[in-house]
Design a binder for this molecule. Structure first.
Ligand SMILES: [Cu+2]
Length: 87
């Protein structure tokens, strides 16, 4: 239940900044294995940064009770080598 249709792809060994905004209600973009938990408010931009040392796929979920489909909001972040990210 944690897989998504389109993963967020980020390069490894690169400082990456997530800018998060909600489109409807308050959500929370959380990926515990990366140490990310960032509230997503409508009309407000919040940011969080991450630096990944290795390739891999990291999973998370929405962490703010946001509505009837809250339990169906998986997050999947995949880090790839910089050369693969650029091409
Ligand atoms: Cu939620």
């Amino acid at each position: 239940m944690l897989e998504v249709d389109n993963r967020v792809i980020i390069p490894e060994r690169t400082h990456t900044r997530f800018v998060v905004e909600g489109a409807d209600v308050i959500h929370s973009y959380a990926c515990p294995s990366l140490g990310i938990k960032c509230d997503a408010y409508p009309g407000r931009l919040n940011q969080s940064s991450v630096y990944l040392n290795r390739e891999g796929t990291y999973y998370g979920q929405c962490s703010e009770i946001c509505g009837i489909l809250h339990s169906s909001m998986p997050i999947s972040i995949q880090s790839v080598k910089l050369t693969k990210f650029l091409y």
